[in-house]
Ligand binder design. Structure first.
Ligand SMILES: [Zn+2]
Length: 137
């Protein structure tokens, strides 16, 4: 459940996922729209892939408790120096929650064409600004 005091829960701006030190910036908001427009089945992400995905990113432990782990993550295809691979671009907190609960984590997979379409033209902001919090005390 969303927490009104959690900055991540309340962040409604566009979401980006930066991969390979910013060489690839995926527009996660766009990827979600692509999946909504073209519904598809989900598949279980292997434990190994979940571990790799979580190893690449930092998750906010408090926020893990707030997310709905039944919403599938998003896997994008990428090709770099002739190496083809897949990367989790959305759902890291949900994946972490599934690990905690001992559940399988399910994902939707973007096609290579859809993945390319979701690479952001503009570089994502380095760090999203956190809204100033006012304390009413
Ligand atoms: Zn949260």
């Amino acid at each position: 459940m969303k927490d009104k005091d959690c900055a991540l829960c309340n962040d409604t701006g566009n979401e980006y996922f930066s991969y390979l030190f910013g060489m690839y910036v995926f527009d996660v908001t766009k990827a979600i729209e692509v999946i909504k427009a073209t519904p598809r089945g989900t598949q279980v992400l292997s434990k190994e892939s979940v571990e790799i995905a979580l190893g690449w990113t930092r998750t906010n432990e408090k926020h893990v408790a707030h997310v709905d782990e039944t919403i599938p993550g998003i896997i994008a295809f990428f090709e770099h120096d002739g190496i083809k691979g897949h990367v989790l671009i959305d759902g890291h907190h949900r994946a972490a929650k599934c690990v905690q609960l001992g559940k399988e984590f399910r994902v939707c997979v973007l096609s290579p064409e859809e993945s390319v379409a979701c690479i952001s033209e503009n570089n994502a902001p380095k760090k999203r600004k956190k809204r100033a919090k006012k304390h009413a005390s």
